[in-house]
Write a protein that binds this ligand. Structure first.
Ligand SMILES: NC(=O)c1ccc[n+]([C@@H]2O[C@H](COP(=O)([O-])OP(=O)(O)OC[C@H]3O[C@@H](n4cnc5c(N)ncnc54)[C@H](O)[C@@H]3O)[C@@H](O)[C@H]2O)c1
Length: 252
């Protein structure tokens, strides 16, 4: 029960890492506000949390819309009484529209920024006042190994949004540390989730696995476990830190 009596909001909790974290956090005692654009997926996450003996509330919304994020926080606090953990997990990777700067339209650049960067802005803007009321808390941002190294197949808007989150992480960590509000960022490597599914087949999975020292793609559980540590008091002296979870890919 590493998150006993804690309340967490997880954006993009309908699928992939967000769904997995919802179940893991709830099994460790947290009540979870499941926020997602996709209502069917979000409701299924709540069903899985409840099947695992946990408590969750689904709120539908778009992280790039401030009113939606504000509403989710208000509804969650009303239902569960407080808020301690902000997990800014929602993000999109659109390899067909977000490419190198020389091939990407302004509209597609802006859409990716709105979800991947403005989303965490809205979540922290409206979530931090609730963490203050609770006497402290943990903020988890999600970057990417693509913010730490260049890749020949570029998704430049995605990469820039993830890179900017590193700066936001450090800024929030320093501003709010005296109030016991911590902020850390996880950089996942190649994780086998619905986000990557359109770009993967068995041959690609084998080829990517061969490039990873641990010789497999990551799972949603690998990242949820890292997030659980950052959400819990076990990481209470850790803030402003970057946690790379990539099977050793960037160590090469
Ligand atoms: N999968 C990877 O290899 C990988 C690698 C590095 C970083 N990441 C990052 O990890 C995070 C989670 O990725 P994932 O692989 O679990 O993704 P996913 O696509 O499997 O799940 C993302 C969830 O976010 C929701 N979502 C998308 N846009 C939204 C919006 N505007 N508002 C609310 N919800 C929205 C989707 O409906 C979905 O349920 C993302 O920030 C992603 O960029 C993923």
């Amino acid at each position: 029960m590493r998150l006993k009596d804690k309340v967490a909001i997880i954006t993009g909790a309908g699928l992939g890492m967000g769904r997995e974290a919802s179940v893991v956090f709830a099994q460790e005692g947290a009540k979870v506000i499941v926020f997602d654009l996709n209502a069917d997926a979000g409701k299924e996450t709540v069903r899985l949390v409840e099947a695992a003996g946990g408590k969750a509330l689904f709120v539908q919304g778009d992280v790039s819309k401030e009113a939606d994020v504000q509403k989710a926080i208000a509804e969650g606090v009303k239902a569960f009484g407080a808020l301690h953990i902000l997990y800014a997990n929602a993000g999109v990777l659109w390899k067909d529209r977000d490419k190198s700067v020389i091939e990407t339209t302004e509209e597609n650049w802006d859409l990716v920024q709105a979800i991947n960067l403005k989303g965490p802005f809205f979540l922290t803007k409206h979530g931090i006042p609730e963490l203050r009321k609770a006497g402290g808390g943990s903020i988890i941002l999600v970057g990417s190994i693509s913010a730490l190294a260049g890749f020949t197949l570029a998704q430049d808007s995605y990469t820039c949004a993830k890179g900017a989150l590193i700066s936001l992480c450090k800024s929030l960590a320093i501003q709010f540390a005296p109030e016991q509000i911590r902020c850390n960022i996880i950089h996942p490597g190649f994780i086998d989730t619905p986000l990557q599914a359109p770009y993967l087949n068995d041959d690609k999975r084998k080829a990517i696995s061969a490039e990873i020292p641990i010789r497999r793609l990551g799972t949603a559980r690998d990242i949820a476990n890292a997030a659980l540590f950052l959400a819990s008091d076990e990481s209470s002296w850790m803030t402003g830190a970057e946690m790379v979870v990539d099977g050793g890919f960037l160590a090469m």
